[in-house]
Design a protein around this ligand. Structure first.
Ligand code: NAD
Length: 504
């Protein structure tokens, strides 16, 4: 990295074990969303940089895939310690380019570390299976091998956690990994690369290649890449899935979301309002598991909206480095303008904007990309506020009469990432989690991101491909199975070869 006289840092790639500016001439500005100032200039890869990254990864895969489990896990354990001891530095980089508050940035690093810890146990997960004497004198065993070179393409909203959903499992299972981070907050990925190297990972096993659509499309079509993990918006997830599978690759592409939380009349309304507020406005609503729709069932609506509005107005919005900040800015000015347009169109269509974050600003930081917590009540399903993924601090409230109606609403929505129910009834909770067509469900838990030993993934337009990310499905995604049927005949045995199909 180098810094110009105006304080703008040039952000390089990390290829073959070292930072490099690469040969690409295109660049993209990186901003601090809290001040609106450009802080970085990102080098975007060209075709030569892409070839270099893939060639390094292919070469490194030959030895890394053959490295003992003991040596691979030693690197993972060391990496775990290094990430934990650099948590402040990593969090500062996240806050500077993403804008989320420091405590939240540390939270995402901790959730990423869980996956590193899961991957430390990879020998247990790769043990395979053995059937002794499957037929007379014949044993059968199965085991898994790495795919080879895999790439991870990640979104802006979790610049450390989402890469850590992928790389530790890919690397522990013996693959080499090329990370194409979001171009909006690319710096934390470079620190991760340095920590991997410090942990003893051989050069070329983890690389960072910066770029935009051009680089992504180069990765999706490159013949030497065997697998693609993608996390981002639904239109791009669909494009990634369709393009990469057409080029013979294994793909898991996680897309966008519109997560509903239903609140039943038997719920503890204060508990529900506290959690809805945190889940809607934490990280400025820029989480794929944020609650963006509150579904008020029956008579709770007025009370619930009142309680959520009171809490929304009390959220402390400030630069993420402020010790008491609860919510920072949104990622870009364009995102802010889009959110304002959607809230305005809901108001024009008859919804009630109960708390209005449009025009919000932080004194002294007027050029930051601010948007205050917003609550829009009486949203109907044909309004943009319902049909669009807003991806900002906007909570839409939809009113329904029954639990059945709430479940139908959720199932009619094209997304199926996460959902939650607030209730004190086990029977209602059970009917809910069994009835919704959604991948991750919370019962009195608003953001049910699975722990690392369960896998993460949505249904419908929230996931293209059939393997969820991390956990055992992640191990399965990054490996191919082999089954060996073996016999060791005694030299004296008469031949038992047969022209019939083998049977037992
Ligand atoms: P995005 O889709 O704009 O970008 C994601 C990645 O795709 C980036 O690396 C970007 O460089 C690349 N990209 C962007 N446009 C492209 C194009 N036209 N062709 C090829 N590649 C392209 O997403 P974002 O704005 O960075 O992140 C927010 C989105 O990610 C939201 O929709 C959110 O719901 C989703 N998300 C989903 C999950 C999940 O687990 N399902 C998790 C986090 C974020």
């Amino acid at each position: 990295m180098s810094t110009t006289a105006t304080g703008v840092t040039t952000i390089p790639h990390f290829l073959g074990g070292a930072e490099t500016p690469g040969s690409g001439t295109r660049t993209q500005p990186v901003f601090n969303p809290a001040t609106g100032e450009q802080t970085g200039e990102l080098r975007l890869a060209d075709a030569t940089d892409l070839q270099t990254a893939v060639a390094n990864a292919k070469e490194a895969a030959r030895t890394w895939g053959d490295t003992s489990l003991a040596k691979r896990t030693a690197v993972l354990f060391a990496f775990r310690e290094l990430v934990a001891s650099h948590i402040d530095e990593l969090a500062a980089l996240i806050t500077a380019e993403h804008g989320k508050v420091l405590g939240d940035a540390k939270g995402e690093i901790s959730r990423g570390l869980e996956v590193v810890e899961f991957a430390c146990g990879i020998p247990q997960l790769l043990k395979g299976a053995y059937s002794d004497q499957a037929s007379t004198g014949v044993d059968v065993f199965s085991y898994r091998q790495p795919l080879g070179v895999v790439a991870g393409i990640t979104p802006f909203n979790f610049p450390v956690m989402v890469p850590l959903w992928m790389a530790p499992v890919a690397i522990a299972t013996g693959n080499t990994f090329i990370l194409k981070p979001s171009e909006r907050d690319p710096s934390p990925s470079l620190l991760l690369a340095k920590l991997w190297k410090q942990a003893g990972l051989p050069d070329g096993v983890f690389q960072v290649l910066h770029g935009d659509k051009e680089t992504v499309d180069g990765l999706l079509t490159h013949p030497d890449i065997d697998g693609i993990s993608f996390v981002g918006s639904t239109p791009i997830a669909r494009h990634v899935h369709d393009t990469a599978t057409a080029h013979g690759k294994r793909v898991q592409a996680l897309g966008g979301a519109k997560n509903h939380a239903i609140v039943l009349p038997d719920a503890d309304l204060d508990h529900a309002a506290d959690h809805l507020t945190a889940a809607a406005f934490g990280s400025a609503g820029e989480r794929c598991m944020a609650i963006s729709v509150a579904v008020a069932v029956g008579p709770v609506a007025d009370d619930l909206v009142g309680k959520v509005a009171e809490r929304a107005e009390a959220v402390k919005v400030a630069e993420g480095t402020e010790p008491d900040a609860e919510m920072g800015p949104v990622i870009t000015d364009a995102a802010r303008q889009r959110m304002a347009g959607i809230v305005g169109s809901a108001a024009d269509a008859g919804a009630d904007v109960v708390v209005d974050g449009r025009g919000f600003t932080v004194p002294g930081k007027e050029n930051g990309f601010w948007f205050g917590p917003t609550v829009v009540d009486k949203v109907l399903t044909d309004m943009d506020a319902y049909t669009e993924e807003i991806f900002g601090p906007v909570l839409s409230v939809v009113r329904v009469e029954t639990v059945e109606e709430a479940i139908e609403l959720i199932n009619a929505n094209p997304y199926g990432n996460g959902t939650a129910i607030f209730t004190s009834s086990g029977a209602n909770a059970r009917a809910f989690h069994r009835g919704v067509n959604v991948g991750m469900i919370g019962v009195n838990v608003p953001i049910p991101v699975p722990v690392a030993y369960h896998s993460f993934g949505g249904w419908k337009n929230s996931l293209f491909g059939d393997k969820h990310i991390y956990g055992e499905e992640g191990v399965s995604f990054y490996t191919r199975g082999k089954v060996v049927t073996q016999r060791w005949p005694q030299p004296t045995h008469a031949s038992d070869a047969s022209f019939h199909f083998p049977s037992n």
